[in-house]
Write a protein that binds this ligand. Structure first.
Ligand SMILES: Cc1cc2nc3c(=O)[nH]c(=O)nc-3n(C[C@H](O)[C@H](O)[C@H](O)COP(=O)(O)O)c2cc1C
Length: 186
């Protein structure tokens, strides 16, 4: 499949078939995750793969915005003992986001559905995930990728908006500058 078509087809799936995802397939997703770039090639990530039904149920309970029936999940974490020290510490967020995106794109290419459930910086979600999966305090879950075989279809699309794009220099005076509809601008 053409790479752009693959990107257009990736959509968040929130209804899943009652069909397991094989360990081999989950491992392919982990390999895709580990193709992601990381700052200074630091790779601060660790992954918790969940495919046990009871543990999935426990994980799901702690995710207020993750009440979906996926068969499996990959929890993308950063181990703070592996993250850079000092001012570059926060790069772990970008590193783990890149890994998360790789997982969901690869899953889409392999015919699986996914939805990215945000964990960090939601303190309650982080705590609940750590508790459900026995993750120690220094290992911070950034995202939970639910995965399984889709039981819903979504239209391929891009949300490309030229109003969000500037070429070479930002133009604060531009008349058709995008506005957040919920915010008042003066
Ligand atoms: C950082 C992040 C956190 C997200 N958290 C959730 C979540 O908790 N629950 C959920 O159903 N979707 C979540 N999503 C998925 C978005 O809602 C979804 O990507 C967005 O609505 C666009 O739809 P699409 O993925 O089908 O293109 C999250 C996405 C990102 C990038």
């Amino acid at each position: 499949m053409d790479i752009l078509e693959l990107l257009y087809r990736r959509r968040s799936i929130r209804k899943y078939q009652d069909r397991p995802v094989s360990n081999d397939t989950l491992e392919l997703l982990l390999k895709a995750a580990a193709c992601a770039p990381t700052a200074s090639n630091n790779q601060p990530w660790e992954f918790v793969v969940v495919n046990d039904k009871d543990i999935m149920d426990n994980l799901r309970k702690g995710l207020y915005f993750g009440q979906y029936n996926a068969a499996a999940a990959i929890v993308v974490c950063a181990n703070m003992d592996l993250a850079p020290k000092g001012p570059y510490k926060e790069y772990w967020i970008q590193d783990c986001s890149a890994a998360t995106e790789n997982i969901i794109i690869a899953a889409s290419g392999l015919g699986l559905g996914t939805v990215w459930i945000g964990a960090y910086p939601n303190k309650a979600a982080v705590k609940n995930i750590q508790k459900a999966l026995a993750i120690p305090e220094e290992v911070i879950p950034l995202s939970v990728v639910y995965t399984g075989y889709a039981a819903e279809e979504k239209e391929p699309r891009t949300q490309y908006n030229p109003k969000r794009v500037y070429w070479n220099q930002y133009d604060s005076e531009r008349k058709h500058r995008a506005r957040n509809k919920n915010l008042k601008h003066i």
